[in-house]
Design a protein around this ligand. Structure first.
Ligand SMILES: C[S@@+](CC[C@H](N)C(=O)[O-])C[C@H]1O[C@@H](n2cnc3c(N)ncnc32)[C@H](O)[C@@H]1O
Length: 216
């Protein structure tokens, strides 16, 4: 394993790859000395995605000290690692992930079990959010992707309104977006503005992803 890691500074070295029971093509590689989770056409966790998560989380932490956090889409758990390093206060994370195999890899390959503040529920986020009691989360990280595509329901007003009901009054909804056409972006921003009273959009240096931070 150490050799694979060393070689990965020159070129990526594969640890495992395949298709999950949910039909997601995945690869776990060492890249530049880091173990990463990739989908067919995108990085899911610990690679470039990590930097985008970092930007969104750092910006959120300038505004709020979240104690209750909801993560829609666990992947390998990059965001959990960032939060555990940055939040020097007691907090809980609830993560909703529909792909059992990815949850297994998060444990086996990324040692996600070491984070005792993390509670993972295997469920479809769109079904889960409809039934969720309004518990009040200070930070919602919505990073639902299928490969490099944002699932269609994430754009819809009904979904955004349902998610927004899970926020505490000061809470932040953080959405990572990519690959939007300009029409999609306009329509999406209108729906965000119809849901939240504050909508800010930023980018991580060197990336095209749009990072939306929204508040009620
Ligand atoms: C980009 S990854 C999330 C990475 C995560 N933010 C991190 O910090 O490592 C996107 C995740 O969304 C999950 N996902 C996609 N659609 C879902 C759904 N309907 N319900 C739950 N999880 C879903 C995928 O299985 C994948 O694990």
């Amino acid at each position: 394993m150490q050799t694979k890691k060393a070689i990965s500074y020159l070129f990526p070295t594969k640890i495992k790859s395949g298709t999950t029971s949910k039909g997601q093509v995945y690869e776990i590689n060492f890249e530049n000395g880091y173990k990463v989770l990739n989908s067919q056409n995108a990085n899911y966790s610990y690679g470039s995605l990590h930097q985008i998560m970092q930007k969104g989380i750092f910006e959120s932490l300038k505004i709020i000290k979240p104690q209750r956090i909801l993560m829609l889409g666990l992947g390998g758990g990059s965001a959990v690692e960032i939060l555990s390093k940055k939040c020097a206060w007691p907090f809980q994370i609830k993560a909703i992930e529909f792909d059992e195999d990815l949850v297994k890899f998060a444990h086996e390959e990324f040692n996600i079990g070491r984070y005792k503040m993390l509670n993972i529920e295997i469920a479809d986020a769109f079904e889960w959010i409809q039934k969720a009691s309004e518990d009040g989360y200070d930070l919602i990280i919505d990073d639902l992707f299928i490969d490099d595509q944002v699932p269609e329901p994430c754009f819809e007003l009904d979904y955004l309104k349902t998610v927004s009901k899970q926020l505490t009054p000061q809470g932040i909804y953080f959405r990572n977006m990519m690959n939007l056409s300009s029409n999609q972006q306009k329509a999406y921003e209108k729906n965000l503005e119809d849901t939240f009273s504050q909508v800010n959009c930023t980018k991580a240096k060197g990336f095209d992803n749009l990072i939306y931070l929204c508040r009620q």
